[in-house]
Design a protein around this ligand. Structure first.
Ligand code: C5P
Length: 232
């Protein structure tokens, strides 16, 4: 499937707020999305989100919520004051939590898409068995992604190699957001299951989360422009 629109989300994984401001200035107006994770949000607070919004950049807040249904729902209510467009939660919180969160988000933050995290890519088959899950990793990813969809969650975060299977088993409206993207010629770093931007787009990704290939480039603006050109 060739998606007409696949957007780049810059993973703003930096050591301090000053570095975040510098990179935002460097990449300029061509950047439409950033992902702010636990490291930045817990350190910099909502100020970093406001800064992005001032620059007309959409914010994906990657907090990976996981708790009992009521607590997750209340967390979403607390976050509803923030101008965020995407928010992650763990799908293994179960159907009751996911359904309640989807309803809360629909009422309290209708502009925000909830994204389900399935099996963390740091978990292999052995790790999964050690926490009592006997399914194969791929089977568990698919099960949790389908659960997210049937509970009203708008998207799923997945590795690029999972894109074809999830595109097949999920409806066309589900947003697939994938990290593990490496433009040809850039360093893999610790990512193992990688794909180029173009291949990920062709496999059905709606959004590509990219960090180090842009952050570590000698010219981050040029690196982002090259990726966007590849996606056209
Ligand atoms: O620097 P890099 O392009 O590898 O950054 C990818 C981003 O996506 C990081 O913020 C990383 O934590 C995140 N991520 C990932 N793999 C997952 C889920 C999130 O690389 N399975």
């Amino acid at each position: 499937m060739n998606h007409s629109k696949t957007e780049v989300i810059l993973a703003l994984d930096v050591e301090n707020r000053a570095e975040a401001d510098t990179i935002l200035d460097q990449v300029g107006s061509q950047l439409r999305w950033v992902k702010i994770g636990l490291q930045s949000y817990l350190r910099d607070g909502p100020g970093i989100i406001d800064r992005c919004v001032q620059k007309e950049i959409n914010v994906f807040l990657d907090l990976k919520l996981h708790d009992i249904p009521n607590t997750m729902s209340k967390a979403i209510e607390s976050l509803s004051v923030l101008p965020i467009k995407m928010l992650t939660l763990h799908t293994c919180a179960g159907p009751e939590a996911l359904t309640l969160c989807a309803e809360t988000a629909k009422n309290r933050m209708p502009e925000t898409t909830l994204l389900g995290v399935t099996v963390l890519t740091s978990m292999n088959q052995e790790n999964l068995h050690s926490v009592g899950v006997s399914s194969m990793v791929e089977e568990q990813v698919n099960r949790l992604a389908c659960l997210a969809e049937s509970s009203g969650i708008g998207g799923v975060v997945c590795s690029p190699l999972e894109l074809p299977v999830l595109r097949e088993s999920l409806g066309p409206d589900i947003q697939l957001v994938t990290p593990g993207i490496r433009p040809t010629g850039s360093a893999k770093g610790d990512q193992k299951r990688i794909m180029t931007p173009k291949n990920a787009k062709n496999a059905g990704a709606n959004y590509l989360v990219i960090g180090r290939p842009i952050l570590s480039a000698s010219d981050p603006a040029e690196a982002l422009a090259a990726i966007q050109l590849e996606l056209k």
